[in-house]
Ligand binder design. Structure first.
Ligand code: FMN
Length: 299
């Protein structure tokens, strides 16, 4: 099942943007599920000094992590996206949650375009993967609509169906490389950041959809702590990868061979190369760094 989270930038009870997203949920083809996020108004104002992740933000991030793609639509307020939506996006850019996330931005108006242009720009800046053919205009001529009326009007339902088909196809063709996403980017007070192995292991279990605990993100760099216990369930990664073994010992297995590795060993794994750890000691833990583009950097 392909799961899409839909975020409307309007808090208005009878919002036309929300109606369009509800219509998308009703029109979703078999195998695609669209769920509405209805808590935009619960998010606190983004504050870079906030040391933790407020509960409402954490819940939004959990829902995003559980989805394969994003639908988003915003009203135009003073030629821009709504402040409520921009606030949510500010929280999400700080954590990198939209990075490489297949995204369909919808324009629910046949007149306004500035907010939509602004939304596309903001999403591109956040490295969301804007899907060609999924970013469409649903040409509403009034904002007094319901989801049922949108779904029943082929002039409105047609672009929505096309958008859903395009984003579902994009996800099927290239699923989001979840392991390359930086869900947690600590906001260090200065330009440097440091974490001990102990710090990283104390950050809790990996988030849903990830085998490792995200520790740090900067630009394309994602640093994680990986401590597989009985079995290493990882699959090849879309990006180039470095390991520095932090504790314990293991057998590092790749096609055609294996080698013993232990604390201090440095490993480089090119993008797409199958590999895994085996026979890990009980205290085995390794730093993992992903960087660069999908497909890896050229030598
Ligand atoms: C404070 C405010 C500012 C607005 N600014 C614009 C604007 O700059 N351009 C525009 O085309 N519409 C503007 N509108 C109209 C809204 O974009 C329009 O009502 C939209 O349908 C609201 O979305 P909703 O139905 O999802 O709540 C504004 C509405 C409000 C309340």
């Amino acid at each position: 099942m392909t799961r899409l989270l839909a975020i409307s930038g309007s808090l208005r009870r009878a919002s036309s943007n929300t109606a369009v997203l509800e219509a998308a949920a009703a029109l979703a083809p078999p195998g695609v599920e669209v769920e509405l996020y209805r808590h935009l108004g619960d998010l606190p104002l983004f504050d870079p000094d906030e040391p933790g992740c407020p509960p409402a933000v954490a819940r939004l991030r959990e829902r995003l992590a559980a989805c394969d793609g994003l639908l988003v639509a915003s009203p135009e307020y003073m030629h821009s996206v709504s402040a409520a939506l921009k606030n949510a996006l500010e929280w999400l850019t700080a954590s990198g949650d939209l990075m490489d996330l297949p995204t369909a931005a919808l324009n629910a108006s046949n007149r306004a375009h500035r907010a939509y242009d602004n939304l596309l720009d903001v999403l591109a800046t956040m490295d969301a993967r804007l899907v060609d053919g999924a970013c469409v205009t649903v040409p509403l001529t009034t904002n007094a609509v319901t989801a049922d009326r949108v779904a029943a009007d082929e002039a409105l339902a047609g672009p929505l169906r096309a958008s859903l088909a395009a984003i579902a196809a994009a996800i099927a063709e290239r699923p989001r490389a979840r392991d390359t996403v930086a869900p947690v980017a600590p906001r260090a007070p200065g330009p440097c950041f440091a974490a001990t192995v102990h710090d990283a292991l104390a950050m809790g279990p990996p988030p849903p959809g990830n085998h490792a605990v995200p520790v740090f993100g900067h630009g394309s760099l994602v640093v994680e702590m990986y401590a597989p216990r009985d079995r290493d369930l990882q699959t090849p990664h879309a990006r180039d990868e470095l390991y520095v073994i932090a504790r314990g010992t293991s057998l590092f297995v790749e096609p055609g061979g294996s080698r013993e590795v232990g604390a201090g060993t440095f490993l480089f794994v090119p993008a797409g190369r199958p590999h895994r750890f085996s026979r890990m000691s009980p205290d085995f833990a390794t730093w993992v760094c992903f960087y660069g583009p999908d497909g890896g950097e050229r030598p």
